[in-house]
Each structure stands twice: as C-alpha cells, then as structure tokens.
Design a protein around this ligand. Structure first.
Ligand SMILES: NC(=O)c1ccc[n+]([C@@H]2O[C@H](COP(=O)([O-])OP(=O)(O)OC[C@H]3O[C@@H](n4cnc5c(N)ncnc54)[C@H](OP(=O)(O)O)[C@@H]3O)[C@@H](O)[C@H]2O)c1
Length: 213
C-alpha cells in the first residue's frame, strides 16, 4: 500500500521504517523536500522522501507524526486536495514545551488535537491511536511482556478498521476502540500521567495494561 508519513522525527522514522519493512511503499514528508532526516530514511530504509505535500499526495493512507502545535499548519502545507477523504492516523500529542519540562497540554477537557484536525479537515477520516506509547513500543509492542493496551478513536468505522489492521501488523493484541473522535480526549490527556511514569520509571519503554473481568 502507498503510505504517506508526515513527520521526520523519532515517531515518523519508527513508523515509516516499520511500514517499509512490512512491504509498504512509504514516503516520508517534512517541511522541505531535501529535509536531511527524510533523505536519511530514503537511504537507510529504501523509502521515498519529499515535502509534506508530496507525502500526502503519495499516500492512500497517511500518518500524522508532527509536533502537535504545528500539526494544523503542517496539514495545510500538505494541502487539502492531497488529504482528500483519506484515512489520517494521528499519533501526535498537543504538548507545550515552552516552559520546559514537564510539558503541559495545549488542548484539554472539552477538546483534543484529533478533534481540531477533524473540524479543520471534515472530509479526512481521522483516527487517533498510538500517541500513548513511545515510538519504539508503537512499532514493536512485544518488546514489553504480556498484553498491554492501545486505543482507537475516530468517527469512521472503516477507517478505524484500517488503523486496527496496522496495529495488528505491528504486533498489538489489546486494542480498545474508545468511540468517536471526541474520545481522543482520553488518550491525549493520558500524557501528563505518561510523563510522570517516565520520570518515575527512568525509561520511556513502558505501557499501561487495561484489565477487566
Ligand atoms: N517520539 C515519540 O516517541 C512519540 C511518542 C508518542 C507520540 N509522539 C508524538 O508524535 C509527534 C512527533 O513526535 P517526534 O518526537 O517524532 O518529533 P517532533 O519533534 O515532535 O516533530 C517533528 C516533526 O514536526 C515537524 N514540524 C512542523 N512544523 C514544525 C515547527 N514549526 N517546528 C518544529 N517542527 C515542526 C517537523 O518538520 P521537519 O521534518 O520539517 O523538521 C518534523 O517532521 C509529536 O506530536 C509527539 O507528541 C511522539
């Protein structure tokens, strides 16, 4: 499948590399077509590199792996026509690092980044997932023993099905569909807890497991 990964950071690199290794035709996009991290992906993994608009045009499915405070701007750079009615799997977090560590949420309680994206681009099928784990765990959940959980939020059932297929291919077994796009508030607001756990445990490679009777 042709996939566009918007974002050249740790999350974008991990997801693009994994998808390419699974046999997909992946283009990574950044602010400029000659972004050195995107070009490095091309050399290292045999994928493609371009600007955000190139990656958005290339992909039948898109991943948003950009800084939460830049995401809306990035998606405008990607171009509404290129986004079309595509599935956009959003792993971004609306974090504000301007006052140092720990960051705060720029959006919370009555809204979420995923909802902002959905409002700004109503035709796009936004699915929130994977934002609650570090990049290495996103693509290799079996690094952690036992079943641990990842969440899905989105308005379109078929789009959530596409996202679920990627999660299963990555190795996820406990995938919890939280509901429509407003349910993305929960996983986005898990980030303050995630940050405290990161400090307490001294590693980013952990996750929460949801257990029920
Ligand atoms: N890293 C993780 O383990 C992890 C885990 C869970 C969720 N996430 C979320 O995934 C997203 C990506 O995280 P990341 O750590 O991979 O990288 P990041 O540093 O948060 O984001 C890098 C991407 O944002 C783009 N960007 C667009 N406008 C920007 C601007 N004005 N200033 C700086 N960057 C801008 C960069 O573009 P260029 O390519 O042009 O530089 C780059 O592609 C974030 O929302 C993060 O919260 C990350």
């Amino acid at each position: 499948m042709k996939i566009g990964v918007l974002g050249t950071g740790v999350a974008g690199q991990a997801i693009a590399g994994k998808l390419q290794s699974l046999g997909h035709d992946v283009m990574m996009g950044g602010r400029s077509a000659d972004n050195e991290k995107a070009v490095a992906f091309k050399v290292r993994a045999g994928g493609r590199a371009g600007a955000f608009s190139d990656a958005a045009a290339h992909g039948d499915v898109l991943f948003n792996c950009t800084r939460g405070d830049a995401t809306i701007d990035v998606l405008h750079q990607a171009g509404e026509a290129n986004l079309g009615e595509k599935v956009l799997i959003d792993v971004a977090n609306p974090l504000d690092f301007s006052k140092g560590f720990p960051p705060t949420l720029t959006i919370a309680n009555t809204d979420s980044l995923a909802e902002m994206i959905q409002r700004e681009f109503p035709a796009v099928k936004v699915v929130k997932t994977l934002n609650t784990v570090t990049a290495s765990i996103m693509i290799e959940p079996k690094k952690l023993p036992g079943a641990h959980s990842v969440f899905l939020s989105g308005n379109d059932a078929a789009a959530k099905g596409r996202a679920r297929d990627f999660l299963v291919a990555f190795g996820w077994t406990s995938i919890i569909d939280l509901g429509d796009i407003t349910s993305a508030r929960g996983p986005e607001q898990l980030l303050p807890l995630w940050i405290q756990l990161y400090r307490a445990l001294g590693t980013a490679e952990f996750n929460v497991a949801v257990i029920k009777v």
